[in-house]
Design a protein around this ligand. Structure first.
Ligand code: GLN
Length: 260
């Protein structure tokens, strides 16, 4: 379990101090190994999690990228969904990448339906609306450099090297509630590939404070939110774990320690 630390906010995570935190990686589906490798490379203990009983010993949890529909189905059938919701509500630090971001959203704009017509469910925790596969066919998978706020603990992107971000059939965040901090945005199409479900949670304007038009001559492109933080919860649309980028995981470890 997490031991108390002297308040040294902003200091880099040193490998020899990282072993004091246990970071679970939800291991029902998705790119579990890459997160385990990244966490272990930072010196923290990385633990694959498949059973409800494994949650108690964790200081933090990562929900990996993969397929949110399958993750929803499997977490429910493994009896993990409700215990996870309880731990999230009790303040467990959780980082979700891509499908993990979808799992942490309070509302999925375009949930898939099972054969009974029941929509996929998220675990929730972050007051936001997320749209799955939002970047559309042509840009289904792409890489770009992003300005990402707060990586050094300074709370701004000034002087911060950009994050190399890989997006794979990634979601974007359409709306955030109060208390949700926007950490990174990317220029993308104004219109999502499929319209919002009529009358559904995603219906109506999808313009959030982050969706401002970019450039006078290119009104068709807006800034889409791709990284957020809300209290102890962190989510990115992209996969830092597959590019060798470790600063997002470092930020998460500092959040677990109460240093960020
Ligand atoms: N790389 C990813 O995690 C893709 C997410 C996937 N499109 C989903 O809906 O869950």
């Amino acid at each position: 379990m997490l031991s108390p630390h002297p308040p040294d906010a902003g200091s880099p995570v040193a490998a020899d101090r990282g072993g004091d935190v246990s970071v679970g990686v939800l291991a029902v589906q998705g790119d579990v190994r890459e997160h385990i490798r990244t966490i272990a490379s930072l010196g923290a203990r990385a633990v694959p999690v498949r059973r409800p009983g494994e949650l108690a010993a964790l200081d933090g949890l990562i929900i990996p990228g993969g397929e949110s529909t399958a993750m929803d189905r499997l977490t429910r059938s493994f009896g993990l969904a409700d215990p996870l919701r309880e731990r999230i509500a009790a303040g467990l630090p959780v980082y979700g990448s891509c499908a993990g971001m979808i799992m942490l959203s309070d509302v999925i704009a375009d949930p898939s339906l099972d054969r009974h017509g029941d929509p996929q469910r998220s675990l929730g925790g972050i007051d936001m609306v997320v749209r799955r596969n939002a970047f559309g066919r042509q840009r289904e998978s792409f890489e770009t450099d992003l300005a990402f706020a707060g990586l050094s603990g300074a709370g701004s992107v000034a002087g911060e090297a950009p994050v190399r971000a890989v997006f794979i059939r990634a979601p974007w965040v359409e709306k955030v509630g109060r208390g949700v901090q926007i950490l990174a945005q990317v220029a993308a199409a104004d219109t999502p590939p499929a319209g919002p479900v009529e009358g559904g949670p995603g219906a109506g304007s999808d313009r959030s404070p982050g969706a401002e038009p970019i450039g006078a001559g290119r009104p068709e492109r807006v800034a889409r939110i791709v990284a957020v933080r809300s209290g102890n919860l962190l989510a990115t649309s992209f996969h830092p774990e597959i590019t060798g980028e470790r600063r997002v995981h470092e930020l998460f470890i500092r959040m677990i320690r109460g240093e960020a």
